[in-house]
Design a protein around this ligand. Structure first.
Ligand code: ADP
Ligand code: ZN
Length: 767
């Protein structure tokens, strides 16, 4: 027997190895193995097993890692698709489906030594004083960790071993699972009676699951009908429900149904909303009491050991529900019945390094491959997903109202141009917002203030010569951080002292000025305006430790904070009934960025942030401060009108053939020498043009008649971390075919040594 093995060092090639007799039966598709490669020993994954190989003199596999195959055949198939579609080496795709904590050769369960009391046979022996004292402690507890006992009894392991020799205790090595939620007491929750809109949605999801079941049976019982007579049911749902409309309750009940069918579920949430609050809701329904291990959690805040154990609980089938960020889509849940992607529009689902996959799109693909129902949920769906509903690819489910007839918050747009005119320069707080904050303080209600920019001031400029302090490594201005008195680059992390005079040698004007506002300044000014208010700031500068986030939110929930200021960290998922006011300081900040999704992002962000207000009995109020108050993204958000926004935005996307009308591939050339980068990008463009005409010529295979090639042009952020970047943007409807051609073109492309090319299919970040 031989095995095809994909090696971890990316070679875009698989190699054959023989399976030595002692490993027969232990090597299967998905096994992780160690193999010889030249003089080295390398790890890899078995992708196929066969009787014989086309090659002679195969070297044998050295060893198999782990007792079970780590990559299931289904996940392997998914990884293959990722390699092809996202134009990356299959090894890179394979690597990403296993968490580092599981992949490492020495990753394993934590074993610890337990001491247990054995039944005394015959007469109890007379023990030396020290041993007797230790025995008394053990007897009381019946079982205890050896390390704990050593400490408690102030003794040594040797003394305890003497008790073992006498047959009084056993000392055994046992697995002790690391449970990241071991110290939490979670109260069980019961299903809530659904309202009519929720019921309809849930019934449709259940019906789709039943259809999958039937489909499965037909294949088993006899020949399947020719596929042309069976309209393909759309396996994917888009659940569009305003914030607080009860989406999560639908997820919970759909999961319960999935479990009844003997299947498991994956729930993806953006990393940022993997708050204890979210995890608790799932654990409370499924994982209290006896069912401790039913819910597994995978995210970056777990220790490597915890991640290892959570993953293996899933692989062993003890955990049936997985909640996690992006990469949890690869969790080895089998059989898989349901995948939920909450906040499906979130850009964090896209991985920004190779493999550059989008977890939502991978979820839809995995659902198709494994006949699992996929539910994408959002209050502000992505243009892509809503478009897919219009095209009949997805089924739309709608929850237009909040549960319990709570009203949507009242949104007021404040024209900051007027405020700026009156106050000689843009103020941070309009008089209206100041007044509203004052009222909340008097009524002992809470306020959230949102500004998506940390630091104190966003730039330092000389009013005399115009010099702006820029990062030496990136084409971006430095942000002023007041507590540390430093200028800091938000791209590469470069820090420097604040200069006393203009750094321009010829100028040296001492009156350099800060401009632009960050969260630190908001906090500062607010403290001066309302000296008695209890104010806290939440952004990446203050939230450094794992528990900071949870602690501050806890204080806020218990009413110990009046005003919470924050960046996108506080935009989502938070549910605080006493928050009746939300202020968005500069609503149009993200609107004028060179990205075709700028409007969509602004609409989503405003809607999400506004959704934090009025989650209790008192109606919420939202102030949106903007310099372009009549922009559609702001006006439609004010009216909570997603469909209106979608329709006007589609006109623009249609005109310029931007997604969802087409798909985009972004090719970025990167290097330290700008001329070489530019030259290489132009060379690539010529190659791509050839590809277009070549395929158009070969009659039946004119795949790319709709291909638009734009650029090369300097990236919006031309220089980052000392690398210059030039981009070519491709737009086509036939992306899967284009990625294949791209992979070939890229493989044969000759580039200067210091220039690299990154291919990003369906990019989310264009900078
Ligand atoms: P979403 O996920 O859409 O923001 P949630 O599922 O979190 O909404 O629901 C908001 C709140 O309403 C939660 O506290 C939830 O328990 C409650 N809720 C959900 N469905 C119902 C219902 N049918 N009746 C009463 N309360 C409900
Ligand atoms: Zn920098």
């Amino acid at each position: 027997m031989i095995a095809h093995v994909s090696l971890e060092i990316a070679l875009r090639k698989e190699f054959d190895y023989s399976i030595p007799p002692e490993l027969l039966g232990r090597v299967d598709i998905g096994s992780r193995v160690q193999v010889p490669f030249g003089a080295r020993k390398i790890l890899g994954v078995v992708t196929a097993v066969a009787e014989e190989s086309a090659h002679a003199n195969l070297k044998p596999i050295i060893k198999v890692i782990g007792a079970q195959t780590l990559v299931t055949a289904k996940v392997l198939k998914l990884a293959r698709w990722i390699g092809e579609y996202y134009c990356c080496a299959p090894e890179t795709a394979l690597k990403s489906v296993l968490p580092e904590a599981v992949r490492k050769e020495d990753a394993s369960w934590r074993e610890r030594l337990f001491v247990r009391v054995l039944p005394v046979i015959g007469e109890f022996p007379k023990l030396p004083k020290r041993q007797q004292a230790v025995w008394n402690l053990i007897e009381e507890r019946r079982q205890i960790l050896l390390s704990e006992l050593v400490e408690l009894a102030e003794t040594t392991a040797a003394t305890i071993r003497k008790l073992e020799d006498r047959g009084l205790v056993s000392i055994t090595n046992e697995v002790s699972e690391r449970d990241p939620y071991a110290n939490e007491t979670i109260l069980a929750s019961q299903p809530i009676m659904l309202n009519p809109a929720q019921l309809i949605a849930l019934e449709k999801i259940k019906a789709a699951m039943a259809r999958h079941e039937d489909g499965g049976l037909k294949v088993k019982d006899g020949p399947a009908k020719p596929s042309s007579t069976l309209p393909p049911p759309s396996s994917t749902f888009l659940l569009h429900g305003v914030t607080g409309s009860g989406k999560t309750e639908i997820y919970l009940q759909a999961i319960a149904h999935t479990l009844e069918q003997g299947k498991g579920a994956i729930v993806l949430v953006p990393e940022i909303s993997l708050t204890p609050q979210t995890v608790e809701r799932f654990k409370a329904r499924f994982s209290s009491g006896k069912l401790q291990t039913l819910v597994a959690v995978l995210h970056s805040h777990l220790s490597a050991g915890e991640r290892h154990d959570e993953w293996h609980k899933i692989r062993q089938g003890r955990a049936r529900i997985v909640i996690g960020a992006r990469s949890a889509i690869f969790a080895p849940v089998e059989p898989l019945g349901l995948v939920i992607v909450d906040e499906e529009h979130e850009s964090t689902y896209k991985q920004e390094e190779s493999p550059r996959y989008h977890a939502r799109d991978v979820a839809v693909m995995r659902g198709q491959m494994e006949k699992a129902v996929v539910v994408l949920g959002s209050a502000t769906p992505s243009m892509e997903s809503y478009y897919n509903c219009k095209k009949g690819k997805f089924t739309l489910l709608e929850l237009p109202e909040r549960v319990d007839d709570q009203k949507m918050p009242h949104v007021r747009v404040v024209d900051m141009r007027q405020a700026a005119y009156k106050e000689k320069g843009p103020p941070i707080f309009s008089p209206q917002l100041k007044e509203a904050i004052m009222q909340r303080l008097e009524r002992k209600e809470q306020t959230i203030l949102f500004l998506n920019r940390r630091g104190y001031s966003t730039s330092l400029q000389c009013p005399k010569c115009g010099h702006v302090c820029e990062c030496p490594n990136c084409s971006i201005s430095l942000t002023y951080h007041r507590p540390e008195q430093k200028l800091s680059c938000h791209i590469c992390g470069h820090n420097e002292r604040v200069p006393n005079v203009c750094p321009n040698e010829k100028c040296q004007n001492p009156a350099i000025r800060f401009s632009g506002t960050g969260t630190q300044k908001v906090e500062d000014i607010l403290g001066k305006l309302f000296p008695h208010a209890r104010i806290k700031r939440m952004d990446a500068d203050v939230m450094k430790k794992k528990d900071d986030y949870r602690r501050v939110l806890g204080e806020f929930r218990h009413g110990k904070i009046d005003i919470l200021i924050g960046t996108q960290m506080i935009a989502k998922g938070l549910h605080f009934p006493n928050v009746t006011l939300v202020g968005i300081i500069y609503a149009d900040m993200a609107l004028h960025q060179p990205d075709f999704r700028a409007g969509e992002r602004t609409f989503q962000l405003l809607t999400q942030v506004a959704g934090r207000a009025g989650r209790g009995d008192i109606e919420g109020e939202v102030f949106v401060q903007a310099f372009t108050p009549f922009h559609p993204a702001i006006q439609y958000a004010r009216r909570h009108d997603f469909v209106g926004f979608y329709e006007q935005e589609m006109e623009f996307r249609e005109q310029l053939k931007y997604p969802p009308v087409s798909r985009v591939a972004m090719l970025t050339m990167k290097g330290r020498n700008e001329d070489k980068v530019k030259f290489s990008a132009e060379h690539l463009k010529r190659e791509l043009e050839k590809l277009k005409t070549a395929t158009a010529g070969a009659d039946h295979r004119n795949h790319f008649t709709d291909l638009i090639i734009s650029g090369p042009s300097p990236a919006p952020l031309l220089r980052a971390e000392n690398f210059y970047r030039y981009q070519i943007m491709l737009r086509t409807r036939a992306m899967s075919r284009l990625s294949q051609s791209l992979a070939q073109a890229v493989a044969t492309l000759l580039l200067p040594d210091e220039v690299t090319l990154a291919v990003d299919i369906d990019p989310v970040n264009l900078s």
